[in-house]
Design a binder for this molecule. Sequence first.
Ligand code: PGA
Length: 249
Amino acid sequence: MRSKIVAGNWKMNKNLSETQVLLEELSEKLPSTEAEVIVAPTFVNLADTARMLKSSKIKVAAQNMHFAESGAYTGEISADMLLNINVELVIIGHSERRAYFGETDEFLSKKVKAALANNMRVIFCFGEELEERKAGNHFKVVESQLKNGLFDLPAEAWQHLVLAYEPVWAIGTGETASPEQAQEMHAFIRKTITEAYDASIADEVSILYGGSVKPSNAREIFSKPDVDGGLIGGAALVADDFIDIIRAS
Ligand code: PGA
């Protein structure tokens, strides 16, 4: 079901004490909102976060997971491990995973399937790099990321997916896509999904924008018809900023 979502990707930030402080502040200040609010702390603090937010409206997501059920994958975490600590949401395909850890479309597709097979919801990230946009290839790149990562999923799987369009040139750079650029790409994404599946699936999926969203630009970006909220990095680490972004949704 398409809905507003504001998700904070904390990346490799906040130790346990800092996590507790931020969660307390967020819980205290959380405005009443129709948006689904999600935080994704680092693995080591997921279990504590899930415990702390047990009766909160704020949901918890993992930043990554492995596709195997278990086994000899040093340093990795399985879907079962996440579910066992009440984490039912996972971010897959973040551009930092793609760029720094060599995660390919093919590898990500396996992760998506494993998460869905375990009844988890997936926030699937994708987006073009600066050179690709400059060369005018951004639509082609996004189309191929969607096709290779998601388009062999059965139609029913789409109700468990959230998409996050994150142009790499806008992540952590302070440079945001303009609301028009975000809208243009989100509309293209829906068109591509319509061609691969049908209009109802394209219409029902929530598509978040990510990349330097902050209190000063969130409202305008979120007001675009095909933008259903945001995946927030840096600004999610500051309670007041994240709260303001939730208010703007
Ligand atoms: P940013 O990160 O808001 O710091 O640009 C967004 C993201 O990587 O999800």
